[in-house]
Design a protein around this ligand. Structure first.
Ligand SMILES: Nc1nc2c(ncn2[C@@H]2O[C@H](COP(=O)(O)OP(=O)(O)O)[C@@H](O)[C@H]2O)c(=O)[nH]1
Ligand SMILES: [Mg+2]
Length: 169
């Protein structure tokens, strides 16, 4: 049997005792981020989990109904949207800010003003409104052409939603 392990233990103990007697230099206090910075960082994190969605389509397509239904609100009496509504809902830890904009002919020229910083477009079609299907298509085409031209839609995702009206066609 070797004596080596014991001998080593002794040496280590002596070295530890010697080290303990030497006062250690104090480590500098940890730098803390200033309160203001913490607030900003939290806000940025929050921002990452916030999505802005733009809901467009012809008037009466069911845009407001769809948003309210998502939000669990009463959909029995929905007045026409004369300007726009913003609905905020939580979905899987994300805050969705849905901009529901009126689709009357007189309001359509303003649609382009809502694209700034939009993450996604939801285009709602009333699938029972056959008479205006052509109008609906023309408006969507014009909008997309304009947005592609001005490069504002470059980072946006688009969803085409056919609202089932369950009405006789
Ligand atoms: N039957 C039926 N009516 C709907 C449906 N979606 C919306 N509506 C009705 O259509 C009308 C217009 O809906 P609204 O949400 O205001 O359309 P918006 O102008 O696109 O916002 C309202 O009277 C709604 O109750 C649907 O899926 N089925
Ligand atoms: Mg509406």
């Amino acid at each position: 049997m070797s004596l080596r392990p014991n001998a080593r233990r002794k040496t280590d103990g002596a070295a530890r005792a010697a080290r303990a007697s030497v006062p250690r230099p104090r480590s500098p206090p940890r730098a803390r981020p200033p309160q203001g910075l913490l607030t900003i960082l939290k806000k940025q994190k929050q921002k990452e989990r916030e999505v802005r969605l733009l809901m467009l389509g012809l008037d009466n397509a069911g845009k407001t109904t769809v948003v309210k239904k998502f939000n669990g609100e009463d959909i029995d009496l929905i007045p026409p949207t004369l300007g726009f509504n913003i609905e905020t809902l939580e979905y899987r830890g994300f805050k969705l800010n849905i901009w529901d904009v009126g689709g009357q002919t007189s309001l359509r020229s303003y649609w382009r003003n809502y694209f700034e910083q939009t993450d996604g477009l939801i285009w709602v079609v009333d699938s029972a409104d056959r008479a205006r299907l052509h109008d609906c298509r023309a408006e969507l085409e014009a909008l997309l052409q304009q947005e592609v031209r001005t490069r504002r839609a470059a980072t946006s995702a688009a969803l085409l939603a056919a609202n089932a009206r369950l009405l006789p066609c």
